[in-house]
Design a protein around this ligand. Structure first.
Ligand code: SGN
Ligand code: CA
Length: 513
């Protein structure tokens, strides 16, 4: 151990490493026990600390989720309601507060919020969604290109900052944010053939007919119906026989690879393409083939994310930083891995409303802790401020879950609030908001529809039966309406605000009501 790190261990305030990946379904983390893949490094965080079974977001889409995470305020309060409108970096965020209180701060990887990040001594971020191969990054406002694979580049930048760039005598906050496993799920060479021998069985509701759920039926995120054979599933045949809507867009992504990378890519994918062409699949068989092709690439990109987590955990350990560093692993939202036949997110249904959340802090958190209470990404800002002993402003709407993880709170919230605004847009998920309690969920879809859904999550965890109009649930329906009203009042949301966001959105897209 070097002198500098020994000195750091004496600092009382904890360091914070906040790891966020993009679109990482909890179903695809082995610690959650779904049996799809193996993520030994992410699992280490749970083993040495805590796993949250009910981590949720407030708005299941990228940029809004990050804005909530930074500010500790719901979308309608921080203003970033969808991926399209601008984020106001001038407002307070927890990195700014920590920086002012003496923390050294860095933001590395995907943030998806335009403008120079505020609150960070160092930032090196992907422009927008970023690219898997030969990614551009914006280092403190200056664009640069990096050869290689984005997940590894992001990890290397993070390790370089830890080792060489930060001020060693200050506690630090590192936001280490991966692009993967975001669409279009391009794996790194090392993992091309991982899962070749595995057949993935889709979830039981893969062939959902959406009865009683018109907003779900209107989706454009079906694995069978909407996935593009070339763009999503990599069937870029050299003969050009497989012509699809987004073939050219994928060609562009492929072209970013260098000659060696292309060679390795073709050596793996050409035989897969030939096999696919020889089979002439249709109907159910084609649906299952698509699902398997999707799962393979999606999970392969996660393997590189897991490697990066391992490298960062090892770095902390080898440099005497383990004891005094909080490590959090989460995603900007959950993701559908074939549930309801889908990919993507956005809906308030469980798989995208929930997000993975694992956290360790050896000084405080008992290894093997399991948290079953509902927490939200709204809570990150106050939680980190709490650990750092910094002031939590009155305006913050989330709550610190520090003592919850320690098993030291007797009362915790029993309802959470959700909003989604990006419609009409890609994937066609209608505007909605709702409330979830431990057992029930009430959702209101609005704008071009006025439709309510109620789920009994105990009896129907896959949300296949809308019991809103079921008379045996009339009492529950009433109570849930009350809870929703209470939530909207508590967080300052209203029909008027929804209307305002809608008008702004339509105007920005030149659409009429
Ligand atoms: C892109 C994707 C969508 C995805 C959004 C939002 N299309 O537009 O599939 O829903 O991002 O994702 S792609 O053709 O560009 O891959 S988010 O995580 O950034 O919110
Ligand atoms: Ca995302």
């Amino acid at each position: 151990m070097s002198c500098k790190t020994v000195k750091e261990e004496k600092t009382q305030r904890p360091n914070i490493v906040f790891i966020m990946s993009d679109d990482h379904a909890y179903q695809a983390i082995s610690a959650y026990g779904h049996g799809l893949n193996d993520t030994p490094n992410i699992d280490r965080i749970a083993k040495e600390g805590a796993i949250f079974n009910k981590g949720f977001v407030t708005n299941s889409i990228c940029a809004p989720s990050r804005a909530v995470m930074l500010t500790g305020k719901h979308s309608h309060v921080n203003g970033k309601v969808d991926n399209i409108n601008a984020f106001n970096w001038d407002q307070e965020n927890f990195a700014k507060t920590l920086q002012k209180s003496g923390y050294e701060t860095a933001l590395i990887g995907k943030i998806h919020l335009k403008g120079l990040p505020q609150g960070f001594d160092y930032s090196n971020v992907l422009p927008g969604q970023g690219q898997y191969y030969s990614p551009d990054f914006i280092e403190n406002g200056v664009k640069k290109n990096y050869p290689g694979y984005v997940t590894n580049v992001t990890t290397n930048i993070a390790l370089d900052w830890l080792e060489n760039k930060r001020e060693m005598d200050k506690p630090f906050l590192l936001l280490y944010h991966q692009k993967a496993p975001h669409r279009t799920w391009m794996p790194e060479e090392k993992y091309f053939s991982l899962f070749d021998d595995k057949t993935f069985d889709p979830p039981a509701n893969f062939f959902d007919d959406y009865e009683g759920r018109p907003a779900a039926a209107a989706h454009e995120m079906g694995i069978f119906k909407d996935m593009d054979l070339v763009y999503d599933l990599k069937m870029l045949d050299k003969e050009g026989k497989i012509q699809t809507k987004y073939r050219n867009s994928f060609q562009g992504r492929y072209n970013r690879m260098d000659e060696k990378q292309k060679e390795a890519w073709d050596a793996y994918y050409d035989p897969v393409i030939a096999d696919f062409k020889s089979r002439n699949l249709e109907g159910r068989e084609l649906a299952l083939w698509k699902y398997n092709r999707y799962m393979q690439d999606y999970l392969r990109t996660i393997q590189s994310v897991d490697d990066g987590v391992g490298e960062v955990l090892d770095y902390l350990k080898e440099n005497g930083l383990e004891e005094n560093t909080i490590v959090v692993y989460t995603s900007d939202q959950g993701f559908y891995l074939g549930e309801h036949g889908w990919f993507d997110k956005r809906f308030m249904y469980e798989e995208s409303f929930r997000t993975p959340l694992l956290m360790k802090y050896p000084k405080e958190i008992e290894p093997g802790t399991v948290v079953d209470e509902m927490v939200q990404n709204l809570d990150f800002a106050p939680t980190f401020l709490d650990y750092a002993g910094a002031e939590i402003s009155e305006e913050i709407q989330g709550e610190s879950f520090r003592q919850l993880v320690n098993g030291k709170v007797s009362e915790w919230r029993d309802a959470i609030y959700y909003t989604y605004y990006e419609f009409p847009a890609e994937h066609h998920v209608k505007r909605h908001y709702g409330v979830r309690t431990d057992r029930y969920k009430l959702i209101h879809f609005y704008y071009d529809i006025d439709h309510w859904e109620l789920y009994d999550l105990e009896k129907d965890p896959s949300e296949m039966t809308n019991v809103y109009n079921d008379v045996s649930y009339s009492d529950v329906q009433k109570v849930m309406h009350e809870r929703l009203k209470e939530m909207r009042t508590k967080y300052g949301d209203s029909d008027e605000l929804d209307e305002m966001h809608l008008e702004k959105f339509l105007k920005s897209k030149n659409l009429k009501k």
